[in-house]
Design a protein around this ligand. Structure first.
Ligand SMILES: [Zn+2]
Length: 440
């Protein structure tokens, strides 16, 4: 009774009687799609969770729901390949626990639709990570598997060379193709190359890239050696502007080893975090023509409220350093998607998953702080108006897709069509509706 009533209302208020070709149509936004080399005003139509058409003009009556995005950027859903989201285990002082965050509170509200956890879990605890987080999040959660079997549980575990084994790591990655998208080595403080060699061996077996947080350097264990000899083309050096491992040489120029590494095809990722981004490193590097290949947050409890804050804030830092909007968006969508070999993501090609961010470029007097609390002034920043995941609106800051309450019946209830609305659909399956009753 209630559902058919709601259906009648939705018909009355959308004015649609004919069958619609599309579920959702975002009109008149400025589309930035690096893969397809589009930076222009376009309409984007979505059907069954996939991008169905991108064109200069699409008839608004062909969609169940049409949303006007004029004056806003319409981009692929942002892809953040460095986060820590293995929350909920209750383990103190651990990235497989209290140092991590549940992803959904930090993603959709800033346009992020895909994250890659950067090594919180190793092969011993990946199943737990999958059942706790990956399987229960609305955000698309992928993972770099830590080369340490126990993952990122703290010093005793992460310095244990005996628990860094290529074989079980690769086996687990091969069991979860498309979910485990890389191997991570992080925080290793010793002089040995063993962690990186094992990670690369696992990466070779599973045909996935390696991401390295280089821990501590030694004369015999330098960044130059890592990126010119040890890593393969396509492997990822994260925290590239930390300055903690010789990213700039003593004269203040980009480490020639990093330039040589980039020439070989090694990838350089921002990985901002709580302690891995300094203006005094990033600004000279950018001036010398060494931008990051990908922009990522290194989201965790130590970065969420400090200089990092969120993906759009980190992107704003690159705008402040003079990078163009198109370049910033490419490095937050298509570049990271390619780096993790998930080329169905980070673009708006017809047939790709309909993950979309609707962003506003605000002008004003802003400021951005780094890992040391140093500030850079900026005149623009990106904010998120709307996020679409698999064709459904999952975040809508100002109600762009909503109907004015004064135009609704006095006793209105949920009326939006579940084909496009992932927040308040007119069916009882919306988010937060409680445990499913056990069948007797
Ligand atoms: Zn990290």
């Amino acid at each position: 009774m209630h559902r058919s009533f709601a259906f009648l209302i939705s018909l009355a208020f959308c004015g649609h009687t004919a069958a619609q070709q599309y579920d959702l149509l975002l009109r008149r936004g400025h589309v930035v799609d690096a893969k397809n080399q589009i930076s222009a005003v376009r309409d984007v139509a979505i059907k069954d969770g996939k991008i169905a058409a991108v064109a200069p003009s699409i008839d608004p009556t062909t969609a169940v729901k049409t949303i006007d995005a004029a004056g806003l950027y319409v981009t692929p859903g942002l892809v953040d390949i460095h986060v820590h989201v293995f929350a909920g285990t209750g383990e103190r002082g651990s990235y497989a626990g209290d140092n991590s965050l549940y992803p959904d509170g930090y993603t959709f509200r800033v346009g992020v639709t895909t994250v890659a956890d950067a090594g919180c879990a190793g092969w011993r605890n990946f199943d737990e990570f999958k059942s706790r987080i990956i399987d229960r999040s609305r955000t698309r959660v992928l993972a770099f598997l830590n080369i340490v079997g126990n993952g990122m549980r703290g010093g005793n575990y992460e310095q244990d060379l005996a628990d860094m084994q290529a074989k079980p790591t690769a086996d687990m990655a091969l069991q979860h193709k498309g979910l485990i998208i890389g191997v991570k080595s992080a925080h290793y403080a010793g002089p040995e190359w063993h962690p990186y060699e094992q990670a690369v061996e696992a990466g070779n077996t599973a045909s996935i890239p390696v991401m390295v947080d280089f821990g501590r350097t030694y004369p015999q264990k330098s960044v130059a050696e890592l990126v010119t000899k040890k890593l393969r083309p396509g492997d990822i050096y994260t925290h590239c502007f930390s300055g903690l491992r010789g990213e700039l040489d003593p004269a203040g120029h980009v480490n020639p080893g990093m330039i040589a590494g980039r020439k070989r095809g090694v990838i350089f990722d921002a990985g901002h975090g709580g302690g891995s981004f300094a203006w005094r490193i990033a600004v000279p590097a950018m001036k010398e023509g060494f931008p990051p290949d990908s922009i990522s947050t290194d989201l965790h409890i130590g970065s969420m409220n400090a200089g990092m804050k969120d993906m759009l804030n980190v992107m704003g830092k690159f705008l402040a350093m003079g990078m163009s909007v198109d370049d910033v968006i490419a490095r937050s969508t298509w570049n990271p998607a390619r780096e993790i070999k998930q080329e169905q993501l980070g673009n708006l090609s017809v047939g790709s998953p309909a993950d979309v961010a609707v962003l506003r470029l605000e002008k004003g007097a802003f400021g951005f702080t780094d890992m040391y609390g140093a500030r850079m002034a900026g005149t623009q920043k990106l904010t998120c108006e709307m996020t679409v995941r698999d064709g459904k609106v999952v975040y809508d800051l100002n109600g762009l897709g909503a109907t004015d309450w004064l135009k609704l019946p006095k006793d209105y209830r949920r009326f939006n069509d579940p084909r496009w609305d992932g927040l308040t659909p007119n069916n009882p399956e919306g988010p937060g509706t409680g445990q499913k009753k056990k069948k007797k």
